[in-house]
Design a binder for this molecule. Structure first.
Ligand code: ITT
Ligand code: NA
Length: 182
């Protein structure tokens, strides 16, 4: 059965569609679920998935993805506020903030929450990298300033990013569980 990916972010949909090709079709649904105030990505995603599943009529399974960029030297900022910070401050200015630090390590984290008639399951993924001056035209969000193994995520193809990214890792765990449980 097709999975409804509840998100306004086309980059997330592109990555999930590429990853789940041959497993299940992915349909983007633009329902605006409540993002509870929390520093727990899994709690935000699973609450969102349950709400969306019920509001959309509890017919087709739904997938929600809550992600963030956690900068070590900034105590994990922007973390759960990553979308707000991208919209207000912007990626370039976050880089200028990180540039002041000796330690430029950061981590992307995501939690996928899947909900169907049997309930909600969550799948986490993360990747460690280094913040750099923006490079590359691909990807989305903070990808141009996040370097992994010499390349920014914006310099990678969707497949290359999926092979190493937080989302790719979460999708791998999801796909494995899905094959067994559903
Ligand atoms: P939805 O909530 O509608 O899914 P969103 O873009 O608001 O979309 P989040 O709430 O998960 O997504 O916010 C995560 C923020 O981190 C947002 O600014 C994204 O652009 C960014 N982000 C998430 N995944 C990313 C990735 O793989 N690469 C770069 N930036 C990413
Ligand atoms: Na969001």
């Amino acid at each position: 059965m097709p999975v409804q990916f509840v998100t306004g972010n086309e980059g997330k949909v592109r990555e999930a569609t590429a990853y789940l090709e041959g497993i299940e079709p992915v349909e983007q649904v633009d329902y605006d679920y409540t993002e509870i105030q929390s520093d727990d990505l899994a709690a935000i995603a699973s609450q969102g998935a349950l709400e969306a599943y019920e509001e959309l009529g509890a017919e087709e399974p739904v997938l929600v993805d809550d992600a963030g960029l956690f900068v070590d030297a900034l105590g994990g900022f922007p973390g759960p506020y990553s979308a707000y910070v991208e919209d207000t401050v912007g990626v370039e200015r976050l880089w200028r903030l990180a540039r002041e630090e000796d330690d430029r390590r950061a981590r992307f984290r995501t939690v996928l929450a899947y909900c169907d008639e049997n309930g909600t399951e969550t799948f986490a993924g993360s990747v460690a990298g280094t913040l750099v001056a923006p490079r590359g035209e691909g990807g989305f969000g903070y990808d141009p300033i996040f370097e992994y193994n010499g390349q920014t995520m914006a310099e990678m193809s969707t497949e290359e990013k999926n092979a190493i990214s937080h989302r790719g890792r979460a999708l791998a765990t999801f796909a494995e569980w899905y094959a067994d449980e559903r």
